[in-house]
Ligand binder design. Structure first.
Ligand code: HEC
Length: 173
């Protein structure tokens, strides 16, 4: 009897202990299942990775768009309206060379001192005037209406200098 009485608290204790372990195991399983539903899903992880990728991107990027370059080039060549006037060389190659390069329509040929001398003898002012307003088969401004007076004059000076008759034209004024 006393044995039973003594054994009883010990059995109760082991029962209680066993119960506690069981409870702990159940709680662990429960916690695990809760954790798996609370944690980020695979889709969320992918989104997070994408976010990180965006954040890791460099601030500036080199512009490889060819159109961007074209825009810059065209704005810098707009010197006809506004910006610095084109040089005589530029004007000659853009407009005057069409005729004067080959002597077309009987125009004094580029670089020919012989052909330019009779023209140079008229004097610089007359040549400027004829180049700007036209003279016989020589169209006003070489047909390029966007050229300013200064640009046409630059073209005249360039051609006269290349034919070595510029000083002659200046003297003849
Ligand atoms: C469509 C063809 C043509 C173009 C383009 C042209 N010229 Fe001429 N130019 C002529 C001809 C033709 C003559 C000869 C005119 C004459 O004396 O009979 C001439 C003559 C001249 C003369 C001499 C004029 C004179 O009184 O003797 C000058 C200066 C001249 N051109 C400047 C220019 C300049 C500057 C340009 C470019 C802005 C230019 N030309 C573009 C055809 C052209």
């Amino acid at each position: 009897m006393s044995d039973e009485q003594n054994a009883s608290p010990a059995r109760n204790f082991s029962l209680l202990f066993g119960g506690l372990i069981l409870l702990a195991v159940i709680l662990l399983i429960l916690a695990n299942s809760v954790a798996s539903t609370v944690g980020p899903t695979e889709r969320e992880m992918k989104l997070k990775k994408a976010e990180v990728k965006v954040r890791l991107q460099p601030i500036g990027k080199v512009n490889t768009n060819p159109n961007a370059k074209v825009a810059v080039a065209s704005s810098s060549s707009k010197s006809k309206s506004g910006g610095a006037p084109e040089t005589g060389k530029q004007v000659y190659h853009a407009v005057c060379s069409t005729c004067h390069g080959s002597g077309m329509l009987g125009s004094p040929k580029f670089g020919s001192q012989t052909q330019w001398t009779p023209h140079a003898q008229k004097g610089l002012k007359t040549l400027f005037d004829h180049a700007i307003h036209g003279f016989k088969k020589m169209p006003a401004r070489g047909g390029s209406t966007t050229l300013s007076d200064k640009e046409v004059e630059n073209g005249v000076v360039y051609m006269l200098k290349q034919a070595k008759v510029y000083t002659l034209a200046k003297k003849s004024e």
